[in-house]
Write a protein that binds this ligand. Sequence first.
Ligand code: UDP
Ligand code: MG
Length: 338
Amino acid sequence: MKYSIVVPAYNEKENLPELLSSIKEIMNSFNEKYEVILVDDGSTDGTREWIKASLEKYPFLTYIRFRKNSGKSAALQAGFDHANGEIIITMDADLQDDPAEIPKLLAKLEERYDLVSCWKEKRQDPISKTLPSKIFNATVRWTTKVKLHDMNCGFKVYRREVVKNLKIYGELHRFIPVLAAWNGFSVTEVPVKHHPRKYGRSKFGWERFFKGFFDFLTVLFLTRFKYRPLHLFGGIGLLFSLLGTIILLYLSVLWVGGVRPIGNRPLFFLGILLVIVGIQFFSTGFIADMIVSGWFHTERVFYPLEEIDGIYLKQSGEIPDQESAGKTSGGEVPERGS
Ligand code: UDP
Ligand code: MG
């Protein structure tokens, strides 16, 4: 299978006929085997009935349905888990992304990139969407050094191994390029056409700012400290304890010098507070480190493996078994994406 097109859809019934036929048209022109994985995120508008009645018409279609609405991230992850293609294409179901742009994205991928994201240069959405999105993208660009105009664009192409390395949950779909770049994949963008929504309405309202903010903290934490939490918590703990200790030492020197009482001074309480809070940060860091060390026995991927004995793992995303990979220096070869 060469291409898997993953489409998350929540109440997009009106858009599906046009979407599927335009995907079919463009994909048939490549003369390669492809599949479309439509992930129905618990739609209540009759999407399921329509698909059931249309499956024969679209033999390339795999239909995955959630019992209840679970969010775009979960839908994408389900699509990734079931994708068989060497190259994975994601697009929104609402016809805002133009399937005719797929060749342009693929051509960019051919330039040896691992992930190509779209950049909606002229975005056809109301200002209530475009302005916050600009601020969001600038902040993420600045803090993560991933230089994309449009992190959260639904239209992306990936090499298989990228999606097999990603775990998208909560609302982390907004940060896919950051997570991929942090895993050592090369990420770029190309400008594409963008259309206004034809049918249905946007599924993301104001609450996305709060969710986006917390997910941003998650991403900052995960990309920097996931495997070494003590470096963060210990750092803060050390700073606080040190400050507290200096304050308490200073007060002790005063006390020895005859200045009293010191027990009623605000500085005294600040010193004690800083020491206690500092120790708590330390303890949190130690507990987090213990949890992480536990993962190393269960989560089987924790280093970005690219090649074993001259066998590149690129493209397939699967790791060959030990025999075909030749000898490896001890230990078990971890399985990708497990
Ligand atoms: N979507 C989904 N589950 C959700 C919300 C959205 O699968 O809970 C899908 C939706 O059907 C669409 C894509 O994610 O295909 C992008 O959503 P939308 O167009 O509403 O976002 P916007 O373009 O307004 O940011
Ligand atoms: Mg949309």
